[in-house]
Write a protein that binds this ligand. Structure first.
Ligand code: PLP
Length: 386
């Protein structure tokens, strides 16, 4: 690798693990078959590889193989889950509940459904980013179809208590969808014990390839049947037509296998390194404070206010040494203050002064120490200017 900036933006995407790439390669060339063409060995090989990956992913969340639908990514899985369920609802329930800090894909699906006559409750979070479970319980009514709450947040790393949320949904007979894109392969997930009815995840957040995702759809107690968003050849039990991305799916399977095997070690190691960075910034930058709950948080996440500067200006100064992201998410071309940090109640100047770091596996203590030193130096340089 060339000595570029240290990559600390793993909530946006991760590099493909070399072991994942190696597993994928044959499915671009000699085993290039269409997994739906089961009348010859090319197709059969591709089909077997897809089914193996399906099994690897199902095992990771204690689901059945037939409950895993492959998609192009978490965004597509989220659309299929939320819009698909809303449009299929035989019981015509028209109320949905979600949370202010969800990923844009989840929020935008809800806004779209509002335009179609659904009502949506957007629950607030406390200043640490945690959802109040009593508030959730009290927001559910006879008209409520679905509760959507993410597992781990992609900006502040906050982990919601999905087991308790699942219990509330089970008690009140509403469906529960969780966006587990940031937590699959990192934290334990058990769709049975957690009472999850639908779950979305993506390969490229777990050192797999971009453009591959999955949706878990529960087949019993209860059976969940969203309407397909994409129609065609009836692939994936009719839920997602279109020729499967075989190399990508194989890579997703390999990525989850590695993630599961190594998650304990990685969580410990990354937590240690994150704390080195966090502790130095807190100690040496006056008024610095962490965004999000200090314990219920992904171990590789740090979202931090560095007062007195614009995070954008700081990132420009740091661009040769660290690749991270700011509190103002460029979702499109426009730079908007993060809706997640706004939901925590941060004033605009603190949002503008927030940086997000997402560590990657295999990074080293000296690399994080160097980043900490660089951030502290550039921060003090900028405050002197102003
Ligand atoms: C990245 C991400 C998504 C979108 O995933 P894609 O596979 O890129 O579509 C959705 N939710 C969360 C929490 C994410 O981090």
């Amino acid at each position: 690798m060339t000595a570029g900036p240290l990559y600390l933006d793993s909530h946006a995407t991760t590099p493909v693990d070399p072991r994942v790439l190696e597993a994928m390669l044959p499915y671009f060339s000699e085993s290039f078959g269409n997994a739906a063409s089961k009348n010859h060995s090319y197709g059969n090989d591709a089909h077997s590889a897809v089914e193996h990956a399906r099994d690897q992913l199902a095992k990771a969340i204690n689901a059945r193989d037939s409950e895993i639908i492959f998609t192009s990514g978490a965004t597509e899985s989220i659309n299929l889950a939320i819009k698909g369920l809303a449009h299929s609802a035989a019981d015509h329930k028209k109320h949905l509940i979600t949370v202010a800090t969800e990923h844009k894909a989840v929020l935008d699906c809800h806004e779209f459904l509002e335009s179609q006559g659904f009502t949506v409750t957007y629950l607030p979070v406390d200043s640490d980013g945690m959802l109040d479970l009593n508030l959730l319980r009290n927001s559910i009514n006879d008209e409520t179809l679905l509760v959507s709450v993410m597992h781990g947040n992609n900006e502040i790393g906050v982990i919601q208590d999905i087991r308790s949320i699942g219990e509330i949904c089970d008690d009140t007979n509403v469906h529960f969808f969780t966006d587990a894109t940031q937590t699959l392969g990192k934290l334990p997930i058990d769709v049975q014990k957690d009472n999850i009815h639908m779950l979305a995840a993506s390969a490229h957040k777990i050192y797999g390839p971009k453009g591959v995702g999955m949706l878990y759809l529960r087949r019993s107690n209860p059976r969940v049947k969203p309407s397909p968003v994409q129609h065609g050849g009836g692939h994936e039990r009719g839920y997602r037509s279109g020729t499967l991305n075989v190399p990508g799916i194989v890579g997703f399977g390999k990525a989850i296998e590695i993630a599961r095997k190594e998650s304990k070690k990685n969580n410990e190691q990354l937590g240690k390194l994150r704390n080195i960075l966090q502790d130095r910034l807190l100690k040496e930058i006056p008024g610095a404070k962490v965004n999000g709950h200090l314990e219920h948080r992904l171990s590789h996440n740090l979202n931090i206010v560095l007062p007195g500067v614009s995070a954008e200006a700081l990132m420009i100064r740091l661009k040769d040494s660290v690749a991270c992201s700011s509190g103002s998410a460029c979702t499109t071309a426009a730079v908007l203050p993060s809706h997640v940090l706004s939901a925590l109640g941060l004033p605009k100047e603190e949002i503008d002064a927030s940086l997000r770091f997402g560590l990657c596996r295999g990074q080293k203590e000296e690399e994080l120490t160097r980043v900490a030193t660089g951030v502290i130096q550039q921060h003090s340089g900028l405050t002197l200017l102003s």
